[in-house]
Design a protein around this ligand. Sequence first.
Ligand SMILES: *[C@@H]1O[C@H](CO)[C@@H](O)[C@H](O)[C@H]1NC(C)=O
Ligand SMILES: *[C@@H]1O[C@H](CO)[C@@H](O)[C@H](O)[C@H]1NC(C)=O
Ligand SMILES: *[C@@H]1O[C@H](CO)[C@@H](O)[C@H](O)[C@H]1NC(C)=O
Length: 332
Amino acid sequence: MERCLTLVLLYSIIIFITADRVYVRLVGGHSRCAGRVEVLHRGQWGTVCDDFWDMADAAVVCRELDCGEPVDALGDAHFGPGSGPIWMSYVACTGSESTLKNCGSSGWGKSNCDHINDTGVICSEVRLVGGSRCSGRLEILDDQSWVSVCDAAFDQQDAEVVCRELDCGAPVQVLGEDAFGKGDAQMWTQEIQCRGNESQIHFCSKSISYENNCSHEHNVELVCADPMNVRLVGGHSRCAGRVEVLHRGQWGTVCDDFWDLADAAVVCRELDCGEPVDALGDAHFGPGSGPIWMDVVSCTGSESTLKNCGSAGWNVHTCTHNYDAGVICSGE
Ligand SMILES: *[C@@H]1O[C@H](CO)[C@@H](O)[C@H](O)[C@H]1NC(C)=O
Ligand SMILES: *[C@@H]1O[C@H](CO)[C@@H](O)[C@H](O)[C@H]1NC(C)=O
Ligand SMILES: *[C@@H]1O[C@H](CO)[C@@H](O)[C@H](O)[C@H]1NC(C)=O
């Protein structure tokens, strides 16, 4: 009896501690890793306004929820309008914060937004571990935990969807070896059957895997073609040109408002092109086409990718392609 009480007490403490640590949730999406962003403040859940809502902010939310990589940062109540307070606006995460609550904003509850301006986030429910962002041992989010995937139940179509979800181009190689280490994630007891054209693994059908008894020697390991989310187009080498950013399979440009050498430095580093020599505007390398993904870019200089720099909001701008940004780096 005493032991039982001790256990109950212990569990209550654990539940109390874990419950207390949840400050953010995603509501109205297809899983706990996609939806309208809601933050807990003073015991009340409220929403976030989409002004300056960008991929750096989405990255913090995805990390805080132990979801995968940020796939999209959305505004205009993409997942439906919330209710209650609008706790944060003008959110400006640097990307390294452990919780959205620690990101800069205009102040708690200080907002002239409406719930039609509520933000949303989509995080990936797949990740590649032990390699780079675009190569490694495949893990899939099975509700709360990350699990390994058996290679016997994984094919080219499935690989295409994983690489697409992570914005990593086409799959190059599906390995069933041990190149990226074994890991300690549990083996998934299901398998996915993608057609190959789905935008995310979530939209593939799944079934219980009866056929394959898998052990950790048979993890899926995957290499996707294109680890770069940025490229320079129309210059004399791959290290000079119009800046283009890959987002959900589509290349778009960057507007030149506040475009400077700190921003250029992130691009040059990402492309392994040395130091920034010039940050250009006014479509110096010719106007691009397609979406203008970023405007009012404000990198601190330490970001690993341009996509994680602050901006006016992902896909938010008052710009035309006549103002596309360009970069010249010192490398060849
Ligand atoms: C909220 O969204 C509406 C409609 O898109 C827009 O007109 C308004 O300016 C937005 N408000 C803020 C504060 O961003
Ligand atoms: C994928 O292809 C199938 C037919 O092959 C089609 O019915 C389906 O609508 C496609 N899905 C998407 C998301 O394009
Ligand atoms: C999987 O394991 C079960 C029970 O251990 C066994 O009966 C079955 O034959 C195995 N299937 C394969 C394909 O090895």
